[in-house]
Structures are given as C-alpha cells and as structure tokens.
Design a protein around this ligand. Sequence first.
Ligand SMILES: Nc1ncnc2c1ncn2[C@@H]1O[C@H](COP(=O)(O)OP(=O)(O)OP(=O)(O)O)[C@@H](O)[C@H]1O
Ligand SMILES: [Mg+2]
Length: 265
Amino acid sequence: MITLEKARSHLESLGLNQAAEMLDSRLDSAAQRQLPYPAFLADLLGIEVQARRERYLTTRTRLAHFPFLRTLEQFDFGFQPSIDQRLIKELATTAFVADAANVVLLGPPGVGKTHLCVALGLKALEQGHAVYFVRAHDLMEDLRRAQAEHRLDRRMRVYIAPRLLIIDEFGVWPYDRMASTALFSLISARYERGSIMLTSNKGFAEWGEVLGDPVIATAILDRLLHHGHVINIRGNSYRLKDKKRAGLLPMVHPEQEVKAGTEQI
Ligand SMILES: Nc1ncnc2c1ncn2[C@@H]1O[C@H](COP(=O)(O)OP(=O)(O)OP(=O)(O)O)[C@@H](O)[C@H]1O
Ligand SMILES: [Mg+2]
C-alpha cells in the first residue's frame, strides 16, 4: 500500500496528474486482465498522453479564434458539387501547411467557405500547426491602427507567427490605402514562409477596386497564387437551402454562377 502511495506521489511530482488519478483503477484492471508490466505501464502512460493531447488541442483551438467549430465530416459535399472533394481531402492532410502553400476560397454567401476554413484549420491544429483565424475587416482595422501608432512591425508578428493564417471575408468592404499597403506587407512577409487561407466573395478581377489600387492587388495576387490552390465554389447558399426547397427563393443554376474571375488573371 505504501508503495502504491509512493508511486502516486511520484506521478504527481512529475506532473502526470491524469496517470496519478487513474492509477488505482488501471492497476485493478491490469491485475484482472493479468497484464504484463510493460503493458500496464503503456496503458497508464497512454492515459496521460491522451489527456495532454486533448488539453493541447483545446488550448490551441481557443487561441485560433475560430468563429464556430465545424469539421470536414460535417460538410455535405453532395450539396456543393462544384467543390473538388479530392482536393479538399488532399488539403486535409495539411501537407500544404508544411509547404507554406496558400488556399483561396471564392464564392457567394453561404456556400461553406468559412466552414471549410475552420474544418481545415482544425486538421492543421491536429497536426501540431499553430493556426490563427481573423476576419479581413478586423485584420485591416488592426493593421491600420498599428500603422498609425507606429507599431506595425510588432503587431504584424501576431499575424506572421502562426503556420496557418486564415483571413476570412476579404473584400466585403473596400479598404483604404493604409490598410491595403499593410495587407501587402503581411502577404509579402508570409510568402513562402507560412500558409494563408483566404476567403472572398469577390472575384480576382475585382480586387483592384477592393484594395483601391490595381498595382497592389496584382502584387498581392502574385504572391498569394504562386503556390496556391483556388477553390471556386459555385452553388446555392446552405443557409437558404430549406427556403429554396420550399420554393420561396429561386435556385442558382450552374450557368448563372457568380463569375469568380480566375480566368482573368
Ligand atoms: N455543404 C455544407 N454542408 C453542411 N453545412 C454547410 C455546408 N455549406 C455551408 N454549411 C453551413 O452553412 C452555414 C454557412 O456556411 P459558411 O459560413 O461556411 O458560408 P460562407 O461561404 O462562409 O458564407 P459568407 O460568404 O456569407 O461568409 C454554416 O453554418 C455552415 O456550417
Ligand atoms: Mg463566411
């Protein structure tokens, strides 16, 4: 009994609290199953490893600032046939994060751009990559403020550090020159160093207008798309699917799709 207490105390001093807590029950179970010593040790330490992994993922997920949590398994690809499922599966391996490649998702509202970003972001977290999610409007405001207060370099580090930066809802509003220049600096700093996943409801041809400067837009697109996958989603809003089914709103047919303008660059 004293040995058991000693073992528990050692586990606690080593910070293996989950193993310390489960020691009694795992010992009982090992005795019942007549487990050899190595198997018992692997079982007990496995509990600690699992608990740590879950804690790590919970913390990393909180730090990623996702607007909601959705997985790839929850995504109904049948509803959005324009999405190349094979490409999404390949991206889910997160090899693109290791390669510092980018992903741009284009499409109208409600087609699942943010859902896919969050789901792929979660996969990247599971693979141990740091992820940070930010809405383009918040990012631009933040960078603009930092620039005005002469602390852009320091602030920029927040967006340069994560292995995967997700910029959501680019182009909903037009940006002023200061914001556009700051965005260019960020994209340049991450170029070939860290991945960006960006969503937009504006085709590339409209980015010049959004950024207030076609030269900045071209320079940004050049870096973003050099090692980049473009996912151009054409289809109906998932948010409105029940209303459309009920005949309250017209369905979009493939030939009426929103032009993403990929072919124009
Ligand atoms: N194919 C799908 N299968 C399951 N759920 C989906 C699918 N597409 C979208 N959704 C869900 O519908 C809602 C809207 O999707 P999401 O926010 O990803 O759209 P979006 O393309 O980012 O739209 P917006 O441009 O307005 O931001 C979310 O709750 C999302 O989980
Ligand atoms: Mg969205």
